[in-house]
Design a protein around this ligand. Structure first.
Ligand code: AMP
Length: 192
């Protein structure tokens, strides 16, 4: 099952992906998690990443395209994957679409987690208390929301139009269990 989760920071994509992968046995490719794990490396790249992540800005398209393309053709992803946090810019999206076409990777489900700005802010502030993420501070949150609205939100319509049969919008303000049920229903209807 090849799935993409789109949506703003704090919309619950990661939570839902974690719940799903436990029953589906496919990897959860969260670019945020992958980048955060690289921070432990203590090399030049990790120093650069630290600065970018803690400012709320986006890491370069080149770095992300390389990370994801290597993952997608690895044996781990043969049976499927849940992509969470990528593509995030038009450049990444153009690269990704041509990459999956070239490699015959057929997407089966795209879920767009829709959430308004006030809810996004509240959710991330709440998470900052629980997880103590360095990018969950007020000014950084503002940058992340701005980046999302400028760079990522415009991609949603591209995917809605390009993949109308597998594109689903979900109200991300609902309870975790309600959203998980809705996604499972989408998967059942898609007969995975
Ligand atoms: P996330 O956990 O998805 O909110 O990602 C945390 C941070 O990682 C973001 O604020 C960006 O700095 C970086 N990041 C994650 N995914 C991407 C991406 N696809 N392109 C650029 N930067 C990314």
């Amino acid at each position: 099952m090849k799935v993409i989760f789109f949506g703003p920071p704090g919309s619950g994509k990661g939570t839902q992906a974690n719940l799903l992968v436990s029953s589906l046995n496919i990897p959860h490719l969260s670019t945020g998690d992958i980048l955060r794990s690289k921070l432990q490396d203590n090399d030049i790249l990790s120093d650069k990443l630290k600065d970018i992540l803690s400012s709320g800005n986006l890491v370069s398209d080149e770095v992300l395209n390389k990370i994801i393309s290597e993952k997608l053709i690895s044996p781990d992803c043969k049976a499927g994957f849940i992509l969470d946090g990528y593509p995030r810019t038009l450049t990444q999206s153009n690269f990704f679409i041509s990459f999956i076409e070239k490699n015959n990777i057929a997407l089966e489900l795209i879920v767009y987690f829709k959430l308004d700005n006030q809810n996004i802010e509240n959710r991330i502030m709440h998470r900052s208390i629980i997880e103590k993420r360095s990018d969950d501070k007020k000014d950084v949150i503002t940058t992340r929301i701005k980046k999302y609205n400028q760079e990522t939100e415009p991609l949603v319509d591209i995917y809605r139009r390009k993949f109308p049969k597998i594109f689903h919008e979900i109200n991300a303000a609902q309870d975790i269990s309600k959203i998980q049920d809705e996604i499972k229903k989408m998967l059942k209807n898609g007969k995975f």
